[in-house]
Each structure stands twice: as structure tokens, then as C-alpha cells.
Design a protein around this ligand. Structure first.
Ligand code: F6R
Length: 633
């Protein structure tokens, strides 16, 4: 690691005038630490508005969104209602959109979403709730949309509009091509949006093709707008919306023309903004050791030149002369960065030996997908390993796999390895259920159990591939996950108690935890929450805190600048890791929740581990075959 240096900006070598404070942000953007912080800010603003209007004897008209983004705001508003007496008696709401066709009582309906997540917990008058209708004949939709607009106007327009942003840059369901003049209407959903919704609908085929949405013009007429984005999967579209040109292909860019819009982003969603990613391009910066490494790596990648080959001119042309000035010569800053990166590389000989270690794997397969390489090295280094699978992962098993296993069990029984009568009765029950099952139906307990057991057997086979025995596996089956649905319960004391009991039993010196920010289902985040809470209790009971190594899930790898350790893998080690991933057969070929990446998990792993190694190679460090990355918390 680099030593901290004094932070006085130096002006020595720079030949380019220092940039004055400029910002490329065209929408007022507030970066908040996390989702909860944003929820509090936005809910406070709404509560203030509601109270002001109450005092004046007037209604407060809110424009509301659905999806994962605003749930925290709604939770906070409910808390304010329950604990602080915030009344919704004078509140009128208009929701942005609804799928079409869609029945209000469907689990997928935005009507149901709004009642479950907000309205039924507060004292709003149901007559004041407006949500576009998905349950009317197609021929009546245009008329209904006009009526919706008239109603907004009749009530004096929207005072405060909450928005999320889709990966296409949609606000509401204003997909690419939606113009600034568009009004409430029926639209065709973009393929990206349908794929993002696929997990909630138990498959892309079941996602409606159309939706009714307020138009861009309708949204822009709101007097105040709060648009929210959280998670690194939103980082690119946030940058596009905030810094890019206004374009009908990205509806959120129209907000640049609205005088009272604030974009609230958490750190992960802010990551691509120029002021966060490359702040030296905007203004003079304080060169901390971390920022120095990030900037030099960026310069090397931008110029295509290895770190040790970067010149004074490269630095000057990219507004980094002040950095050279601090070190005296480009060679000095190049060398220090090169060494800092090199020090992160930890082969087997530099990894721990003989430690009590727990790998917490949110689903059965995250262990081998994300850290199959280091697991193998830890086994070779004779660490005492426990792999704790936190959830059963049963919702991600296809029904056709259940049929295959049921058939297998029946055949076993009919071949004398079990009770044929019992097996038949049981198989018939499972088949009858699957035959009548509709998309989105929650499985009966027997099916949930079969799916869980399929994944447990795969997990054992996976760790056996890398040299661990079945005894190393623990299946925690945390209660928060056991809804049978994509939407989970909150993490509670029962979850924390299970994790804590394992910590007490193993007394680990080192633990691996999935540190995902962009897990599409939130399960990784929730598992981390349970571990964090259990660790607090564990430490309070006088136990020493284990070292925590964070790994990333199937979706992304730590950037090498953020990683504390980079762990190289040989060709054979990567092959073994992929073989372990193959053991998770129920997730092979096509996983039920693949996210927005069409490749199989093993293909993503291969690409990501080779890419990480290739980055170091391009920067001019050693040419490893593949690499995993870890952040020590
Ligand atoms: C929802 C809506 C959409 C979502 C957007 C982000 O009513 O209009 O624009 O806000 O798709 O969805 P999440 O919040 O689930 O990422």
C-alpha cells in the first residue's frame, strides 16, 4: 500500500491551467451513502409537503412509482405515520404506470404492489388513489388515459413526483423513443425491461408486452421531482441521464430540462459519474493513495500504455500533472503504483495456512462460482474450512428437474431400493401439483423440499470437486428466504441466531462473505445483513472478530483498484473450478434467474477471471492465466 502523503495540491509541473470548478452534471445530483439514507431524505421531503398542505387545508398530490427503488421511501413514510402521526388524509396519489393487461389482484399488478407496500398501512382515502388500469378492454385504453390526464389536471397537477430509472433510461415506462411531448398512453415494453422483470414473473415469456404509462410531458409537469437510483447495475444509466445529451432514446435525459429535479443516488449507482470516477478531469483533487492508484490505472487503460511506460505528456494531457508534481517524476508515481498493485497479488504461498475459516455462500453455488479458486488453495494450505450455504436456493430450480428426480426416485423404488407404494403416492402428488401449476404459483412444501435437496446434493458434489468432504458443508436454510417467492421476508432475529450459532461453534479466524452491491434479487445483500448483525452479537459476547474477505457474486468482479488481494489461478485451477460449477446442474444450460447476461455461469466466471488477469497484463504487471479478487473489510 502507498504511504499517506501530505494533501497540499502541488502546482509544480503542470503546463495546463487548472480546471476551475466545473461539473458535467446536468441534473442536480445528490450522492448518499446508501438506500436507507435516500429513503429518509425523500420521505422527509414528502412529509414536509404533506404537513404544509395540511396546515393550509389543501391536498398534497403525489406521483408514485413502483419497483424496488421506492420501497424504502414507502417504508419510511409508514414508519412516520405509525410513530410520528403523519396523516395521509389530505394525500392524493397518481401512479406512473401499470402493466397491460393486468388484473389488480394479480401478484404482479402495481395496484397490489401499492396497497401492500404503502396504502394499506396509512390512512389514505381509497378514493384519492389513482393507478392506471390494466384490466379494461384494449379499445377503452385511450379514453381511460385521457381521463387520467384530466384527473391530474383537475386536482391541480402533481406536487411531488417519485421516479425510478430503468436500465433503458425509462422513467415510468417511457421506453426509448418516447418523446418530450408524450402523455399517458399504452406503450410496448422494451426487451431489456422485460428481461429485467423476468425473475418477478417466473420467466420472460410471462412478462406482459405492453403497459400504460404517464408520458414524459405528464411527468415533467410535476412541480418537484425526485428520481432515485441505487445499486451498481444502475451506474451507467445514471451517468448517461445526468451527464449525457438529451435524447429521445433515454427518457430520463428530459429531466435535464426540469428546473426542480433532484437525482438521489447511492455510492454504487454514482460510481460512473465523472466526479466520482475521474474527478481529476473536473477539478483539482487531493491525491490520496487510493485515488492515485485509481487514476494511474485509468491513465494506463485510457492511453493503452503500460504503467511503467506512462510519460509526463500522458499525465499532462489527462489533467494529472499535479500528481506527477507531487512525486517529482512520472517514473516515481509509475513505480509506486506498479508496486502497490503488485503487492496485492497473493499466490498460494502468501495465503493463510491452518486457519478456521467459514465461507458464507448465499446460494448453493456462489462458493464455487465466485471463489472456487481460493477455496482450492485454502484446502491445499490445510485451513479448516466450513462452507455455509445460507439459503436453499430452491426457487431457482426448474419444475422439469423436479419431474426428472421424482421419476428417478420412483424407478429406484420399483427396482427394490425403496417402498414402491410410498414412492408412487408421493410422485403422483407432486406431478398433479406441477400439472396444475400456473406461472408464479408458490410450490407445495414437497416440491420446495425436493428443489432444496437437489441443490444441497449439487453443493456437496461441487465442494468435493475442489477437495472438501461433505462434512464441510452446512445448510443454514435461513428463514427469511423461505417464502417460495422471489420477494423475500426481511432478515429477522431467527436468521441472525442461526448465523451466530455457527460462528460460536466454529470460532472462525477468517470468513468469506459475498459483498455484492448489485445482486438482482437482493438475497446476497440480505445474507450479508444477517452476517453483519450476527457478528455484532458475536463480538459483544467477547469473541474476537474474524477477518472478513468479501467476494463478488456471479454478476461482477471487484475492480483491481478496489481489491485488497488478487489471487492468481493456473489453467488447471480454473478448469477445476469450472468443473465444480458444472456440478450445479440445475443452474446449467439456462438458469431461471440469469440476470441480464445470456451466458452460463461458468462462461461468465471464465471470462471474468481471465479478464482480471488480462487487466494486470495490460497494465504491464505479470501475465497470469486467471485471477480472483477479494476485498478485506
Ligand atoms: C415503476 C416504473 C419504472 C421503475 C424502473 C426502475 O413504476 O415506472 O420506471 O421505476 O423500471 O425499477 P426498479 O426500481 O425495480 O429498479
Amino acid at each position: 500500500m502507498l504511504e499517506a502523503r501530505d494533501s497540499t495540491p502541488s502546482r509544480g509541473l503542470s503546463t495546463i491551467p487548472h480546471a476551475t470548478t466545473v461539473t458535467q452534471e446536468r441534473i442536480r445530483t445528490v450522492v448518499v451513502d446508501d438506500h436507507e439514507g435516500i429513503a429518509r431524505l425523500v420521505a422527509n421531503r414528502i412529509a414536509t409537503l404533506i404537513r404544509e398542505r395540511q396546515a393550509a387545508g389543501e391536498p398534497a398530490v403525489l406521483g408514485l412509482a413502483t419497483g424496488s427503488t421506492p420501497i424504502g421511501v414507502y417504508r419510511e413514510l409508514i414508519r412516520m405515520h405509525e410513530e410520528e402521526g403523519l396523516s395521509f388524509a389530505n394525500v392524493v396519489t397518481f401512479n406512473l404506470d401499470e402493466y397491460f393487461p393486468m388484473w389488480p389482484d394479480s401478484v404482479h399488478s402495481y395496484h397490489r404492489f401499492m396497497w401492500e407496500n404503502l396504502f394499506e398501512h396509512v390512512d389514505i382515502d381509497p378514493k384519492n388513489v389513482h393507478i392506471p388500469r390494466g384490466d379494461i378492454p384494449r379499445g377503452q385504453v385511450d379514453e381511460e388515459c385521457r381521463r387520467y390526464e384530466d384527473e391530474i389536471r383537475r386536482l391541480g397537477g402533481i406536487d411531488f413526483q417519485i421516479l425510478g430509472i430503468g436500465k433503458t433510461g425509462h422513467i415510468g415506462f417511457n421506453e426509448p423513443g418516447s418523446g418530450a411531448e408524450s402523455r399517458t398512453r399504452i406503450v410496448t415494453l422494451d426487451a431489456v425491461t422485460r428481461r429485467d422483470a423476468a425473475a418477478d414473473f417466473f420467466g420472460e415469456d410471462f412478462v406482459p408486452r405492453e403497459a400504460v404509462t404517464m408520458g414524459v410531458a405528464t411527468i415533467l409537469e410535476a412541480r418537484e421531482i425526485a428520481i432515485i437510483a441505487t445499486g451498481e447495475h444502475k451506474a451507467f444509466i445514471v451517468r448517461r441521464a445526468v451527464e449525457g445529451d438529451v435524447d429521445v432514446e433515454v427518457a430520463a435525459t428530459f429531466l435535464q430540462g426540469h428546473s426542480n429535479t433532484t437525482f438521489y443516488v447511492d455510492r454504487a449507482a454514482a460510481a460512473e459519474l465523472t466526479r466520482i470516477k475521474t474527478p481529476w478531469l473536473l477539478d483539482e483533487v487531493q491525491w490520496t493513495p487510493d485515488l492515485t492508484v485509481r487514476a494511474v490505472v485509468w491513465l494506463s487503460e485510457t492511453t493503452g500504455r503500460a504503467i511503467l511506460h506512462l510519460t509526463q505528456r500522458d499525465y499532462a494531457e489527462h489533467k494529472m500533472s499535479s500528481l506527477v508534481a507531487r512525486y517529482g517524476t512520472p517514473g516515481a508515481v509509475n513505480g509506486e503504483t506498479f508496486n502497490a498493485l503488485g503487492a496485492k497479488i497473493r499466490g498460494k504461498s502468501k495465503l493463510p495456512r491452518g486457519l478456521r475459516t467459514i465461507c458464507f455462500s448465499p446460494h448453493p453455488d456462489d462458493d464455487v462460482i465466485s471463489m472456487g479458486g481460493i477455496l482450492r488453495k485454502f484446502v491445499e494450505n490445510e485451513n479448516h474450512m466450513t462452507v455455509a450455504y445460507m439459503t436453499s436456493g430452491n426457487i431457482a430450480v426448474f419444475d422439469h428437474d423436479v419431474r426428472r428426480y421424482v421419476d428417478f426416485l420412483q424407478r429406484l423404488a420399483h427396482n427394490g431400493l425403496g417402498d414402491a407404494k410410498v414412492a408412487d403416492a408421493w410422485a403422483n402428488k407432486v406431478r398433479a401439483f406441477l400439472d396444475s401449476k400456473k406461472p408464479g404459483d408458490v410450490d407445495i412444501p414437497e416440491v420446495l423440499d425436493i428443489k432444496r435437496i437437489i441443490r444441497e446434493a449439487e453443493a456437496v458434489s461441487g465442494i468435493e470437486t475442489i477437495g472438501l468432504s461433505e462434512a464441510a458443508a452446512r445448510f443454514l436454510n435461513l428463514p427469511f428466504y423461505q417464502t417460495g417467492k422471489v420477494r423475500k421476508d426481511s432478515v429477522g432475529p431467527a436468521d441472525v441466531a442461526i448465523v451466530r450459532a455457527l460462528l460460536e461453534e466454529i470460532k472462525p479466524e477468517l470468513i468469506f462473505v459475498a459483498g455484492d452491491l448489485s445482486d438482482p434479487h437482493g438475497t446476497h445483500r440480505m445474507c450479508k445483513e444477517a452476517i453483519d448483525m450476527a457478528l455484532v452479537e458475536y463480538a459483544a459476547a467477547g469473541n474476537p472478530r474474524p477477518e472478513i474477505w468479501l467476494y463478488r457474486g456471479a454478476w461482477q468482479e471487484w475492480p483491481i483498484t478496489e481489491a485488497t488481494w488478487l489471487v492468481p489461478m493456473s489453467q488447471e485451477e480454473l478448469r477445476l473450478k469450472i468443473q465444480a460449477i458444472f456440478k450445479h446442474q440445475s443452474q446449467k444450460d439456462s438458469a431461471p434467474f440469469p440476470g441480464s447476461d445470456d451466458r452460463e455461469f461458468w462462461q461468465r466466471v471464465e471470462a471474468r477471471n481471465k479478464d482480471t488477469a488480462a487487466i494486470l497484463d495490460r497494465l504491464g504487471l505479470a501475465e497470469y492465466f486467471a485471477m480472483e479478487a477479494y476485498v478485506v473489510e
